[in-house]
Design a protein around this ligand. Structure first.
Ligand SMILES: NC(=O)c1ccc[n+]([C@@H]2O[C@H](COP(=O)([O-])OP(=O)(O)OC[C@H]3O[C@@H](n4cnc5c(N)ncnc54)[C@H](O)[C@@H]3O)[C@@H](O)[C@H]2O)c1
Length: 356
């Protein structure tokens, strides 16, 4: 992978966010020239600030809904590879402000597609949506890329709309020689250091612990597929590289999810986190908590497996690396150095195959 990225011009939207920040660090480590285009970091604290992302890349603070500015930045930087991650990514916020959610997630995605269309230097583009883009069919088997799109809440639905727009652009504009090869990537529920979004389990747990309070679990028995942030990012990097060489096989939608056996209940994950944190991490179960399990959303990732991608961290390791990061941040250690160290560790696993 190293050789491919050396000197490549890569543009990331959403680099001030959780996943985009990790991707920026990884690409910079691989030798790419990186430009990030985003609004300011959505949380305080943030990975962007604590891992000093802007030290290592070119950093443009702007809105993807400003098409003039987006086009100008694309023209000036001439990216060869584009990763689109900028979004309003939260379900609850999408109920509070559906217009903002659709304008960012749908119109913003269309703007990025437009900028790609008008920039001849772009050879591959990975557009990030979500596992929530599928119509919920209440089935026990995982969702496949060919399943029907849908989405109940405005967030999920806006991402399904974005998928449709990506597909339309692919058929209409990205279908001939000299045009960009464009794929979409569907992953979900990732954990890792540096996420401070609201309504996500690990950030909520860290916030409560730092405030010296127990976290109240409302759905302790809910089972979720947990995945470390570096897992889908390795899929995005693989996709971008394959799109570059073999567009015919890769310019479509791809799922990147964890193994089914790595699904765990919320309470099990909190217990793993507590063991890694040591001492003062506490939680309690809401008396009115639902005892029954909610249906779990799983992805069928056999298509990505066929292309050589697979998860490399078991859920215990994913939680371990995540809490290692927050503990280091809490103890005021250098989390930029730790982030690089974790990327290095993950890269060694990629080179050596599956871990334990
Ligand atoms: N974190 C997850 O568990 C998860 C799961 C599934 C899908 N995703 C998707 O992955 C992507 C990244 O998610 P994240 O968790 O890093 O989110 P995040 O909230 O940490 O980051 C979002 C980024 O988008 C930027 N942004 C928002 N609106 C913008 C606008 N109008 N113009 C420019 N920049 C804007 C923010 O500044 C930030 O950099 C999103 O597309 C999200 O939908 C995330």
């Amino acid at each position: 992978m190293e050789g491919f990225w050396q000197g490549k011009r890569a543009l990331i939207t959403g680099h001030t966010g959780f996943k985009g920040g990790w991707l920026a660090l990884w690409l910079q480590r691989l030798g790419a020239q990186v430009l990030g285009y985003s609004l300011p970091a959505p949380t305080q604290p943030s990975l962007f600030e604590t891992a000093r992302i802007s030290e290592s890349i070119r950093d443009v603070i702007a809105d993807i809904r400003d098409l003039g500015r987006l086009n100008a930045v694309f023209r000036e930087f001439s990216p060869e590879v584009v990763f689109h991650l900028a979004a309003q990514p939260l379900v609850r916020a999408s109920y509070d402000d559906p217009v903002e959610t659709y304008s960012t997630n749908l119109l913003g995605t269309v703007h990025v597609l437009e900028a790609v269309r008008h920039t001849r230097s772009v050879r591959s583009a990975v557009m990030v949506t979500t596992d929530k883009c599928y119509e919920n069919r209440e089935a026990a088997t995982g969702y496949r890329e060919t399943d029907r799109l849908g989405g109940h809440d405005p967030y999920s639905n806006s991402k399904a709309c974005a998928e449709l727009a990506i597909d339309s652009y692919r058929r209409s504009f990205f279908n001939g020689d000299g045009t960009a090869a464009v794929a979409s990537a569907r992953a979900g529920n990732v954990i890792g250091g540096g996420d401070w979004a609201v309504d996500r389990l690990i950030p909520d747990l860290v916030r409560a612990t730092v405030a010296g309070k127990p976290l109240v679990l409302r759905n302790p028995k809910s089972t979720r597929p947990w995945q470390h942030v570096l897992e889908p990012l390795s899929g995005y990097l693989m996709l971008a590289q394959r799109l570059w060489d073999e567009r015919a096989h890769y310019a479509e939608a791809w799922n990147f999810g964890p193994l089914e056996e790595d699904a765990r209940t919320v309470e099990e994950v909190v217990a793993l986190a507590a063991r890694r944190w040591g001492g003062d991490l506490k939680w309690s179960v809401d008396a009115g908590a639902h005892p029954h399990e909610t249906r779990m959303l799983m992805l069928d990732c056999s298509k990505a497996a066929g292309a050589g991608w697979r998860p490399l961290l078991r859920v215990e390791q994913a939680v371990d690396w995540t809490i290692e990061w927050y503990r280091a941040w809490h103890d005021k250690h250098d989390v930029k150095a730790l982030s690089h160290e974790q990327i290095e560790r993950y890269s060694r696993l990629m080179a050596g195959g599956r871990s334990a």
